[in-house]
Structure formats: structure tokens, C-alpha cells
Design a protein around this ligand. Structure first.
Ligand code: PBG
Length: 331
């Protein structure tokens, strides 16, 4: 066919009616997961300076928050605990267990709770696993052993899904085994299967007091999180996690890794979660606060890009606005 450079493409953009007719990518609030923080050190719901509208909750206040979120059509949550006491060897998981039990007691199967499974909020050094004696390396096997015990404790407390974000090798298999051997074979694993070492976790680390910056040798998480400069690791590690037993896989952060989302979806067809992380969220919030973007339309535009790339669902700090905002979408 001869290319007609003068062909009129603008006819399909002429007004909102025809734009709606030709639109073929939509977000739906049912696809959203809302992160929640329960912080043992706060006495009441405490807004976070670095994450607009997001608060550190007590166990009591997180129950109120979930009740409000349910009214907004949000029933899926990702729970992050911020324990009061940190240690490098002995971890007390009691606080998050109490939180999960309280949530499940009040809401039962009205809610679906994925429990983030990582040690970074528990360790004094802020790394996601155990360190060797000289504090120069993250120990893989020893960390996986603790993470599998932690996952089992979370499942026993009522978590519907285990979400390991630590990035040790072999943790999916170890967690799957621990769950299966103890009667929790029905509990899903949402693997942070393609989690990149990123600048965009800053506000989250502030929230969880989990920055690894004080260690002179291991200043960052580059020995376990993926490199932005490697284009294959995301897919290969995700395939590995699927083989080990992951039920849902994830790409995180979202926007700088749209290509990874697309490749993983095309290659694996697996249920795929995109995590629009704290720094991505907060950059939009800051732009919106300056009047430089329109808040809801900016979030909607990015959420839609994640869907277009191949994400089935989205973790967003603004998930609880999804239903209202989608109703106002300007196509
Ligand atoms: C813990 C964890 C992190 C996030 C989720 N789980 C931070 C990190 O790896 O430092 C980031 C979430 C966000 O930035 O929104 N390992």
C-alpha cells in the first residue's frame, strides 16, 4: 500500500466521543493494591512528611483506614511493618503479627492482605538480610532461612499473600516449602521478582527507617537488587522465581522499567504487578503541589502506561483515589 503522508489521523481525535470509541486501554480500581504502614513507635496516625497523604498508622488507626478504603472500593493491601526495636540477629515479629491478626479479626475475607516480607525494617544496619561478621556482605543462605520462618509466621497470623522484597536468591523456593510443609499451600506468593536498585525508594526508606546508608562498605543494595544497566536480569530472574513457585511477579519501580514490564508479560504471560514506588508517587505529588501537573490526570496517565505495557495490577500510594479519579478521566 502506498503510504499517504497526508492521511488524516486527527479525525479519530476530533472530540471526546470518538476518542472514547477508539480508546482501548483502561485502568480499573479493582486492579489496585494500597500500601499501608503500621508503625510501632507512633501513638496515633501520623502523616509522613516525605509521602503526601500517607501516614504511619497504629494498629487501631490502620483498622479505621482500611474501613475507609473499603468504602472507596479498595480491598487489596500491602502491609509494611515498622517495628520499634531493631537488631542484627534476633528479630521480634510480634508487632506485625498482632497487626495482621487484628486486621483479619475485624475484616476477615473482605480484605486481601499481602505482607511485605523483608528484614530491612528490622535490622540496625538497614539491609534486607543478615550481614557477615565483618559487616561487609549480605549472607544469602542465612537470610533465606530467617525469611522463610518470617513468611510462615505471617501466614499463620492471617496474611493472604507473602510478598518477599529482600532479593536473596532461592527465597521463593524456601518460602514455598515452608508454607507447603505447614499446611499453608493455599497462601500465594507475590514475588518482587524484578526489583531494581533505585533512587526512587527514598521516601519509603524514610517511612520505614530502613536506609542502609550508614555502613561504609555496603552503602546501598546493589549486591542484591538489580542494575538498571542490565537489560536481561529482570526477565531471567523473574523466570527463575516462577520456576521456584511465585504466583504473581512484579516489576519495581514502574515507570523507568516499562520495557521490563512489557518483556516479562510477553515472555511469561504470568500475572504481573507494577509497583509505582514511593519516589515516583512523591514526584507527581510535588509537581501537583506546585500546580505543574493536574494531580489525578497525571496519576491516571502513568497508571494507564503501566497497563499498556502489560501490567495486570498496580501498587500505588494513591490506590484509594483510583475509583474517584477514574470516574473523572479525561480521554
Ligand atoms: C523493602 C522494600 C522497599 C520497598 C518495598 N519494600 C525499599 C527498599 O528496597 O529499599 C520500596 C517501596 C517504595 O519505595 O515505595 N525491601
Amino acid at each position: 500500500m502506498e503510504t499517504r503522508y497526508t492521511s488524516n489521523r486527527r479525525r479519530i481525535r476530533a472530540n471526546e466521543h470518538i476518542r472514547e470509541l477508539v480508546a482501548n486501554v483502561y485502568v480499573n480500581h479493582r486492579d489496585f493494591i494500597q500500601p499501608l504502614f503500621v508503625d510501632e513507635s507512633v501513638q496515633e496516625r501520623t502523616p509522613m512528611a516525605s509521602l503526601n497523604e500517607i501516614a504511619a498508622d497504629t494498629i487501631a488507626s490502620v483498622l479505621d483506614q482500611i474501613a475507609l478504603d473499603l468504602e472507596q472500593g479498595i480491598s487489596k493491601f500491602l502491609l509494611f511493618p515498622v517495628p520499634l526495636h531493631k537488631s542484627n540477629t534476633d528479630f521480634d515479629f510480634g508487632f506485625v503479627i498482632k497487626a495482621l491478626q487484628a486486621i483479619k479479626k475485624k475484616f476477615g475475607n473482605q480484605v486481601w492482605i499481602a505482607a511485605d516480607t523483608c528484614l530491612c525494617a528490622y535490622t540496625q544496619h538497614g539491609h534486607c538480610g543478615l550481614l557477615n561478621e565483618t559487616q561487609t556482605a549480605v549472607l544469602n543462605h542465612e537470610s533465606v532461612t530467617v525469611l522463610a520462618q518470617y513468611a510462615l509466621a505471617l501466614a499463620k497470623a492471617g496474611a493472604d499473600c507473602i510478598a518477599p522484597s529482600d532479593m536473596m536468591d532461592g527465597r521463593i523456593a524456601a518460602i514455598r516449602n515452608a508454607l507447603d510443609e505447614n499446611g499453608f499451600d493455599h497462601i500465594a506468593i507475590m514475588s518482587y521478582s524484578a526489583k531494581f536498585s533505585s533512587q526512587f525508594y527514598g521516601p519509603f526508606r524514610d517511612a520505614c527507617k530502613s536506609s542502609p546508608g550508614n555502613n561504609p562498605i555496603l552503602k546501598d543494595r546493589k549486591t542484591y537488587q538489580f542494575s538498571a544497566y542490565n537489560a536481561q536480569d529482570g526477565l531471567l530472574s523473574t523466570i527463575r522465581d516462577i520456576e521456584e513457585g511465585a504466583d504473581l511477579v512484579m516489576v519495581k519501580p514502574a515507570l523507568p522499567y516499562l520495557d521490563i514490564i512489557q518483556t516479562i508479560k510477553q515472555e511469561t504471560k504470568f500475572p504481573l504487578v507494577a509497583y509505582h514506588v514511593s519516589g515516583e508517587y512523591q514526584s507527581l505529588e510535588l509537581l501537583a503541589s506546585q500546580g505543574l501537573v493536574e494531580r489525578s490526570q497525571a496519576h491516571l496517565e502513568i497508571w494507564t502506561s503501566l497497563k499498556r505495557a502489560g501490567a495486570d495490577c498496580i501498587i500505588s500510594y494513591a490506590a484509594r483515589h483510583a475509583k474517584d479519579w477514574i470516574a473523572t478521566i479525561k480521554i
